[in-house]
Design a protein around this ligand. Sequence first.
Ligand code: BGC
Length: 399
Amino acid sequence: MKTERHLATPPAPTADFKPARRACLAALPLFLAGCAAGSDVSDGAATAPAAAPAPAPAAGLSAYPPLPAGPETGPGSGAAPAVFQQVLGLGRGINFGNIFDAPREGAWGLRAEDEFINLVGEGGFTRSVRLPVRWSNHASADAAARIDPASMARVEHTVDRLLARGASVLLNLHHYRQFDGDPLDPGEFAVDPAVVDLRFLALWQQIAERFANRGPALMFEIYNEPHGRLEPLWNDLLSRALRVIRQRNPERVVVVGPTEWNSAKALPRLVLPPDRHVALTVHHYEPFAFTHQGAEWVQPMKPLGAECCSPAQQAEMLALLDMAAADAQRRQRPMLVGEFGAYSKAPLASRVAYLRLMRSAMEARQMPWMYWELASGFGVYDPMARRMRPELFEALYGR
Ligand code: BGC
């Protein structure tokens, strides 16, 4: 069940992962209040950075109106041909996970190292990178959500280096826990509930402005895995965010997924504004008891030893992809599988079988994909050995 996902986030496999944080994870869900209040994450003080001088106070949501509604299907609807070309061209990509989506870069054991950047782009194993960023934790706590300049510069530097290597970059807004109504992670600070949605829109205002002059290889994704509190709000808020983005990025590809943590099952509830540069995304972690066995951030923890992929499991996996494909077809928009993967605690032979099946099934349905993730608990790359894990790599990116 997706509803039990993402109570907290996985440990990185390196020694940097703080023992006290591990204890917090083990004590889920009781730990949440205590751990959130007194984080052990040394570089992630749980206080908001000071706001920059005198931002204009946001005048409520009316300062960010939604786009006009319009028909989603029929003549003149659907994505422009260039959007199909760009999104289908993403092919076999990778998530740079557990880096900027941690409460602070490095707090989950990984930083945006040159070593990682040099693996992708020209001459690398892929030219497509999804870059998850927890912007909300690097911004003032008020409605203006002023992004801390050093954090903005750090992400910008990484994006530009990836672009300079010839990679396409899908930059998103990830893990703003209050936005989903979830408990905070250790190292994350709380804001006044009255400004939660305004901050989301103000963050996009700044990101969209800052990256407006990049080429089409930079794409935006409005929010990772909306769920919980966002279920009734999502269609409205995504439209407001898209309008903010469009002010300075009229034709940039923007990727949008449904609620229920981007489950294909929630696609029928997703309403898109009539914007021809929007593409769709889903995440796919079924069979969940297999992909998330032993995952510390899922409570109750799934027992170890589940295998993949029986005929019943295959049917479940393919049915979700078929649902996503049918929705994309109906709306005439490309569909990206922005995350899928199996955690390191799953049996290796089954992980390989799962990856092979997913890859061929997604590709048979013309869905580009981004594996979750590069170098942490699901990692295709071993940062200690400084090499790809051969079985996973072959299953994903081999001929
Ligand atoms: C989350 C990660 C998590 C992964 C698999 C992602 O969307 O951002 O924290 O490890 O899903 O559960």
